[in-house]
Design a protein around this ligand. Structure first.
Ligand SMILES: C=C1C[C@]23C[C@@]1(O)CC[C@H]2[C@@]12CC[C@H](O)[C@@](C)(C(=O)O1)[C@H]2[C@@H]3C(=O)O
Ligand SMILES: O=C(O)CCC(=O)C(=O)O
Ligand SMILES: [Fe+2]
Length: 341
């Protein structure tokens, strides 16, 4: 028997450290400080006491599991993901691959209702459950963005949340399903060491940052998500099915003039149990201009980014690979000593 030689995925070391947990029931002034600190230091944190009911989460999870439990032919009726619909293994248009299948939806209720015809045998129920979930997580995202604006002493406290509350908002909902890895103790003629290497290096969703403003992520009780901290170490994120993880996206990095940095993350698919994540990406309307908020620009801290519309940014993102640093395309090179300035 010929066993292909394993091609190990280059992984940086992982480290177990505490990811900040923020209790949304604390008083506002303390909360806004804690959230700004977490966004500055990690670009990633967990929120508890978020006010989203267990039922809303459970109903969405059930719809997701039912969808992924359908036959391939049935699931493909909801695809291909170009970009919306059902996708399997292929992520985006430029050859990125991962050990997952997913459903990518625009959050606009008309779009949800149209798509749900091909997603479920009970499309009205699916639409209803998805709209309730989207509404609930959008509120969490807006509350966090208002607290960010307060913590940064921005004059218009709703300036960030208004972008994703807009009826034309380009926010998305993504359900990811990472199939289980078969038990290596099951009968299999492949040498154990090879199996071990394969099962321990499977990338579910490769390293990337999210292009949007803010991501609100929930998963079942199966681990796999990792976040990369400034020192380059991968930190495993403990799964917590009743709470949400919040991730700073590229657009918020620009809006804060680089004070927050979008968090690079990835998901491994190494578990003996299937993993499902439900991810809300809060984004502005396509026509919105994104540039650093004036309060965060000064002669000491000149603007780091050229203004762009969300539509322009999305087009740039879709022209690049998953792990590329798209923000580099919009950077202003205004360092002292930079001859081009
Ligand atoms: C490879 C790609 C997939 C992606 C679009 C892109 O060209 C680069 C960004 C990717 C990403 C990551 C976060 C979200 O999951 C996503 C929906 C998004 O907005 O940007 C995906 C895109 C996708 O899967 O279509
Ligand atoms: O499944 C996860 O936990 C991460 C998914 C993710 O990063 C994404 O959908 O952009
Ligand atoms: Fe992501």
């Amino acid at each position: 028997m010929v066993v292909p030689s394993p091609t190990p995925i280059r992984t940086k070391k992982t480290k177990a450290i505490g990811i900040p947990t923020i209790d949304l029931s604390l008083n506002r002034s303390m909360l806004s400080e804690l959230i700004v600190k977490a966004c500055e230091e990690y670009g990633f944190f967990k929120v508890v006491n978020h006010g989203v009911s267990k039922e809303i989460i459970a109903r969405m999870e059930k719809e997701g599991s039912e969808f992924f439990g359908r036959t391939t032919t049935e699931k493909q009726r909801a695809g291909p993901a170009s970009p919306f619909g059902y996708g399997c293994k292929s992520i985006g248009p430029n050859g990125d691959m991962g050990e997952l299948e997913y459903l990518l939806l625009h959050t606009n209720s008309l779009s949800i209702s149209e798509r749900s015809q091909a997603i479920s045998n009970d499309p009205t129920k699916f639409s209803c459950v998805a709209n309730d979930y989207i509404q609930a997580v959008k509120e969490v995202a807006c509350e966090i963005l208002d607290l960010v604006a307060e913590g940064l002493w921005v004059q218009d406290k709703c300036i960030l949340s208004k972008l994703i509350r807009d009826v034309q908002s380009d926010s998305l909902l993504r359900l990811n399903h990472y199939p289980q890895v078969k038990d290596i103790n099951d009968w299999d003629p492949t040498p154990k060491l090879y199996q071990h290497q394969c099962t321990n290096n499977r990338i579910g969703f490769g390293e990337h940052s999210d292009p949007q403003i803010l991501t609100v992520l929930q998963s079942n009780d199966v681990g796999g998500l990792q976040v990369s901290l400034h020192d380059g170490l991968w930190v495993p994120v403990p799964p917590d099915p009743t709470e949400f993880y919040v991730i700073v996206g590229d657009a918020l990095q620009v809006l804060t003039n680089g004070r927050f940095v979008s968090a690079r993350h990835r998901a491994l698919a190494n578990s003996m149990k299937p993993r499902m994540s439900m991810v809300y990406f809060g984004a502005p309307p396509l026509s919105s201009w994104i540039y650093p908020l004036p309060e965060l620009v000064s002669p000491q801290k000149p603007s780091l980014y050229k203004p762009f519309t969300w539509d322009q940014y999305k087009k740039a993102a879709y022209s690049l690979r998953l792990g590329d640093s798209r923000l580099d395309l919009f950077k202003i090179h205004n360092n002292i000593g930079d001859k081009t300035h």
